[in-house]
Ligand binder design. Sequence first.
Ligand SMILES: *Cc1c(COP(=O)(O)O)cnc(C)c1O
Length: 370
Amino acid sequence: MPRPILATVHTGALRHNLGIARERAPDARVWAVVKANAYGHGIERAFEGLRGADGFALLDLAEAERLRALDWRGPILLLEGAFEARDLELCSRLNLWHAVHCNEQIDWLAAHKTQQPHKVFLKLNSGMNRLGFTPAAYRTAWARLNALPQVEEIGHMTHFSDADGARGIAHQVALFEQATDDLPGERTLANSAAILRHARGALRGAGSLAADWVREGIALYGCAPDFPEHSAAHWGLRPTMTLSTRVIGVQRLQAGDTVGYGSTFTADGPMRIGVVACGYADGYPRHAPSGTPALVDGQRTRTLGRVSMDMLTVDLSGLPDAGIGSEVVLWGRAGSGALLPVDEVAHAAGTIAYELLCAVAPRVRFEAAD
Ligand SMILES: *Cc1c(COP(=O)(O)O)cnc(C)c1O
């Protein structure tokens, strides 16, 4: 028997979560962001649930090829554009839209002999200071692109740094509007947090800004971008991945006994603990401290002691029927229907759900279910 650890991808939940984006931004087309192998779900599995999207956004050319191999003929956007000049050949061949965020990418386009004119999204750095042209340089970049016969369509794009937090998006929206005001072309601004928190507010106020394309990632995968202020349930999102395994050992502890490497947990009385087939080599966060939630036989309990490479330990106090073979859900949906949002596990471990979903290790078996 293989190790009992399993990641189940819920394609019905992906479909449902896409529907939530459509409700929040009804006039927009949706780029389903499937970078990082669909946030760890696997492009091919996620595609089953997300084929109703208007387009797919990612950054790896090999992932774009995988989407085309699934017979997806619709739009695909490379969020970071070409990494070197010869990437443009593949962009032509696969008919990819691509971001243009620096002058070098415009030089490559100018030198590119293409059969097929390119569709690009020019990227504005409106304050994130990651990729993009400054507002002062934006128009010159647009004029250069616009003069190229290789380029057929120029859209406009920016990315928010604080859509999930108190600072919000208004300052970036204002810069974007100034920079792009009288330029033709489609617009794309919103990530998940902006779709959920601002599509009915600041973005709607900005006229067509919500109305072209939104770029939705984490919310498609059932997580709240603004946890713990809001939960996935608050936004009506359903978990799209369950990481489950089983209890493979049971120990009885007395007061003063410790658990695991470094003896970081000490029992203060008699208790029963379960040893679980999941460790950091499966992608479970080693930083998750004692007390991180888990479900055993659908009941909520907590981890104890340090996570090791292949195992971790859970408290079975109050679970007299649990033992070898009991179902353990590290995040997602138990057989009983009980839920443990990955947001809660990530929060306990001092990180975000994005990181946990992306980090599920190749040795974990994946399965798609509806
Ligand atoms: C990852 C990414 C997104 C999606 O962000 P979420 O917070 O997962 O919705 C949108 N736009 C760009 C440019 C990205 O890199």
